[in-house]
Design a protein around this ligand. Structure first.
Ligand SMILES: [Zn+2]
Length: 96
């Protein structure tokens, strides 16, 4: 079972960092496309050791890829599903 975690502290920091990375990813993909390769966001994540399952945030995404998976509430604080692929680290543990 995945852990239910609040979206605060380091998770929030990671999410904001991942957000900034979208721009970087776009440029990377443009370069790869120019070089005749067909890049996907997954490839960008692999090339940078990032977990693509959670967009490097450490929190699981909804099945449709929009927003994060909420497991419940702790008081007023929503609890999200910790990403099982990376153990909530946002990084690939065993890059293949
Ligand atoms: Zn992950």
């Amino acid at each position: 079972m995945p852990r239910a975690v609040p979206f605060t502290g380091e998770r929030l920091t990671r999410y904001l960092a991942a957000h900034k990375r979208w721009q970087e990813a776009r440029e990377w993909r443009a370069k790869e496309t120019e070089a005749g390769r067909s890049p996907a966001y997954d490839d960008f994540c692999k090339a940078h050791g990032l977990c693509s399952a959670c967009a490097a945030s450490g929190v699981g995404l909804n099945g449709n890829g929009v927003g994060f998976k909420i497991l419940g509430l702790s008081g007023n604080l929503p609890l999200y599903e910790e990403c099982e692929s990376c153990g909530g680290t946002g990084r690939v543990i065993n890059p293949s």
